[in-house]
Design a binder for this molecule. Structure first.
Ligand SMILES: Cc1cc2nc3c(=O)[nH]c(=O)nc-3n(C[C@H](O)[C@H](O)[C@H](O)COP(=O)(O)O)c2cc1C
Length: 344
């Protein structure tokens, strides 16, 4: 099942560059993390945490879709499988200003499996195709799919090709491929991000088999050297955990992959640039810890970084904690001399 799919279905606009992306990560890629990420890279495409169609339709829509325009380019990730609901939520994504809408076909959690959300949908390619087609009909935003290379019981190359071909025939042109299967019986979501072996060659083979599709590779990528290697065989890279634990990595992305200057010249400068946003969020009633936990990685591997993290961890949760906690924590790390900033 490796024939080129019919792509007669409308291939809509391809949207923002996906050469370098930060993965959707529940509780991690919140608006606060994304704001920091954007201060480090203008070109990286950021993804929201997954939001289920049920939460958007029956819950506090404004709260779930809240973001700052400074975060663009930004993709909204949806979890769901009902075509009508997906179409409705794709429309909402456009109304709220997102630059792309992405469907989650990779999350292996039990909770979502029961609702036909996430990786279990790899076993229902027709359902995914139907959902994608409804989303494309409903919005002019690019509609993309993030998925695994298989699930237990459906892990052959032909199964993967059937999935891609059906979803591509529905009009999806961009596939973000986490290069391992998800084992739905017996592994936790966390184990499912580490235990099934990575098979990058499968993702390369997808690009060779379907050169007209945009194939973005994800899973276990940590360094720019690795990114360059993948970019020789695919159209883009998506980093998750490394981009979260070591966000300063993003400060090199614009120069390395887009031939552009980086927006922040030092970690200190980036953090200071975030102060007005932190203050306005505090005024809105957001607790400092909800923001500061996403800043802990900024001084990863830097002398003083541990003291920075410790000060925030010990103080940010205290009642009334405000921006001064971040300012004092920042003083724990020596600011590089101007001449050293360029090499940092
Ligand atoms: C804390 C956490 C939450 C995640 N939440 C989502 C999610 O909401 N949607 C999704 O498609 N993937 C989610 N993932 C998976 C990542 O998007 C990514 O596919 C996976 O971590 C592999 O990439 P990495 O090795 O670069 O981290 C999550 C991963 C982590 C660590």
């Amino acid at each position: 099942m490796s024939a080129t799919p019919s792509l007669d279905a409308a291939i809509h606009n391809s949207g923002p560059s996906r050469r370098f992306c930060v993965a959707p990560m529940m509780d991690w890629t919140t608006s606060h993390y994304r704001y920091l990420a954007r201060l480090l890279s203008r070109n990286t495409l950021l993804y929201t945490e997954m939001v289920t169609t049920g939460a958007l339709i029956h819950g506090d829509t404004e709260r779930f879709l809240r973001h700052d325009p400074a975060e663009y380019p930004l993709a909204l990730q949806l979890g769901g499988s009902n075509a009508g609901e997906l179409a409705h939520c794709a429309k909402l994504a456009e109304q709220f200003g997102f630059n792309e809408v992405n469907l989650n076909v990779g999350c292996p959690s039990d909770r979502v499996q029961n609702n036909m959300i996430g990786a279990c949908l790899m076993g229902h390619p027709d359902k995914v195709a139907e959902g994608v087609s409804a989303m494309i009909e409903a919005t002019s935003l690019p509609v993309t799919v993030k998925h695994r290379i298989g699930i237990d019981g459906r892990e052959s190359w032909d199964d993967l090709c059937e999935f891609i071909e059906k979803v591509a025939a529905a009009g999806c042109r961009t596939f973000i491929v986490h290069a391992r299967i998800a084992i739905l019986e017996g592994l936790s979501p966390k184990e499912n991000r580490d235990i099934p072996p990575l098979k990058y060659d499968w993702v390369y083979r997808l690009k060779e088999t379907y050169p007209e599709l945009e194939i973005i590779i994800n899973g276990g990528i940590k360094t720019f050297d690795e990114c360059h290697e993948h970019l020789e065989r695919t159209d883009g890279v998506m980093l998750g955990r490394e981009a979260y634990h070591n966000p300063w990595l993003l400060a090199g992305v614009d120069a390395e992959f887009f031939g552009d200057a980086a927006p922040s010249r030092s970690r200190h400068e980036a953090l200071r640039a975030m102060y007005p946003f932190i203050e306005s969020e505090l005024e809105r009633g957001v607790f400092l810890t909800h923001m500061s936990r996403h800043l802990l990685g900024l001084f990863h591997g830097v002398p003083g970084g541990r003291q920075f993290r410790r000060y925030i961890s010990e103080n940010a949760h205290k009642p009334g904690a405000g921006l001064e906690v971040i300012q004092t924590a920042l003083e724990k790390v020596r600011e590089p001399e101007r001449s050293a900033i360029a090499e940092a």
